[in-house]
Each structure stands twice: as structure tokens, then as C-alpha cells.
Design a protein around this ligand. Structure first.
Ligand SMILES: Nc1nc2c(ncn2[C@@H]2O[C@H](COP(=O)(O)OP(=O)(O)O[C@H]3O[C@H](CO)[C@@H](O)[C@H](O)[C@@H]3O)[C@@H](O)[C@H]2O)c(=O)[nH]1
Ligand SMILES: [Mg+2]
Length: 196
């Protein structure tokens, strides 16, 4: 951390029941030359990784569907969200984390992943940086049903659909998850079904 426009950073813990919510107080040097005290709440749930699994021959992708309570209390009628497979890093490297999540959530055992970008998920309030990957999958890589880690009470449906329908679901609003939209649009822009 290195920025001569902030000083006196104080961190006060508000909650650490599961992840960590802190209140950060700091002095910020505005562009007009004045120092002002700023208070911001900052939610630290760790960093994560996400992946778009795609099959070039079938022109399909594998996505997941699960209940997401924050969306249920904010306009998502049944609370179920279609997402690219993703997980929290815990203490793993992003590449190791995403291979583990793919196996747990979708049942595919993948060896090769390609990192395509990193991005902050919600920089005004959440610390998370997300590592974005793509990888090819084939039927013979399927080693179990997926569905998520039982001991974490995950209940994940695995969806395989054409890339075209997935992209169309962004337009219809059936896909409304930012990391998933980013990856599908990355795939479109970079023609991954043709080039990679
Ligand atoms: N008991 C309890 N369990 C929790 C809580 N919050 C999360 N969990 C559990 O922690 C596990 C997290 O599962 P992962 O697959 O590792 O993460 P994820 O929820 O899919 O998160 C991914 O998507 C997020 C949303 O887009 C990303 O923010 C995140 O970085 C990651 O990519 C799940 O079993 C979930 O039930 C909580 O407050 N209490
Ligand atoms: Mg997950």
C-alpha cells in the first residue's frame, strides 16, 4: 500500500461472524489540496476465482445454478442465479482453487486453464479481486455429478447449454451475474470458439 494522498488509516472491526466487515477511517488529500476525514465500510470476504468451461466442438458452455440469498432479497424473484463456476481462494493459488471448484461444483476434472483477467468485483465496498479463467472441457473429463461440497451444504445444479443460448440469456435478463457476463462477453469478443 503506497499512496501519499491518504494518511492516518484506522481499521475498526464491526463484524467477523463469517467474513470480516471493517470500518475504515482515513484522511484523504482531495484534488483541491484539502485534507478531509473519510469513513468507509469495507467487507473482506477474501478473493476468488471464476471460470468459463467451453467445448469447441459442441459450441457449449457449462454453467451452474444455485440459490443466492442476497439476490433474493434484492429483486431476484426465486433467488436462483445462473453463474460460471466460482469459488473463494481460501489459501489456494487461483489456478489450484479453480480446478478444485470445477471438480466440486461441476464434476469435471480439468488440467489446463487459461487466466484471462483479474478484476475487482465491487470496489466501493468489497475488497475482493476475482481471477478470471477459461478452459476447454470434454465429456471424458466428467468424473462425478458435481453439485458442490456436501459439508458446505452447497446445492448446485450443473447446466450445459449452447454458447449462443447463454449469450442470449444475458439479453433476456436470465443471466444477471457480473462475473458470468464478463466471461461470456470475453468469449464473444475474443472468438474463443474459433481461435483458442
Ligand atoms: N455458514 C456460513 N456459510 C457461508 C457464509 N457465506 C458463505 N458461506 C459458505 O461458503 C462457501 C463458499 O463457496 P464457494 O464456492 O467457495 O464461493 P462462492 O460463494 O461460489 O463465491 C464465488 O462467487 C462469489 C459471488 O459471485 C464471489 O464473490 C466469490 O469470490 C467466488 O467467486 C459456501 O459453501 C457457502 O455456503 C456465511 O455467512 N455463513
Ligand atoms: Mg461457488
Amino acid at each position: 500500500m503506497n499512496n501519499n494522498r491518504i494518511k492516518n488509516l484506522k481499521i475498526n472491526l464491526l463484524s467477523d461472524h463469517w467474513y470480516t466487515l471493517n470500518k475504515l477511517t482515513y484522511d484523504y488529500l482531495q484534488s483541491n489540496g484539502q485534507w478531509t476525514e473519510v469513513v468507509r465500510e469495507c467487507y473482506d470476504k477474501g478473493d476468488g476465482a471464476v471460470i468459463l468451461l467451453f467445448n469447441k466442438t459442441k459450441k457449449t458452455v457449462v454453467l451452474t445454478k444455485q440459490f443466492r440469498i442476497p439476490t433474493f432479497v434484492n429483486g431476484n424473484e426465486d433467488g436462483f442465479l445462473i453463474e460460471a463456476c466460482a469459488g473463494l481462494l481460501d489459501n489456494d493459488l487461483p489456478e489450484d482453487c479453480i480446478k478444485k471448484e470445477v471438480k466440486e461444483e461441476t464434476g469435471y476434472k480439468i488440467e489446463h486453464v487459461e487466466k484471462v483477467m483479474e478484476a475487482y468485483s465491487a470496489p466501493g465496498a468489497v475488497t475482493e479481486i476475482l481471477h478470471y479463467f477459461i478452459a476447454e472441457y470434454t465429456g471424458d473429463m466428467k468424473i462425478n455429478e458435481g453439485g458442490g461440497a456436501v459439508n458446505e451444504t452447497e446445492d448446485i445444479e450443473v447446466l450445459e447449454m449452447s454458447f449462443e443460448s447463454a449469450v442470449n440469456m444475458i439479453n433476456t435478463g436470465e443471466i444477471k451475474d457480473i462475473k458470468t457476463i464478463c466471461l461470456l462477453q470475453y468469449a464473444q469478443i475474443n472468438n474463443i470458439f474459433i481461435n483458442s
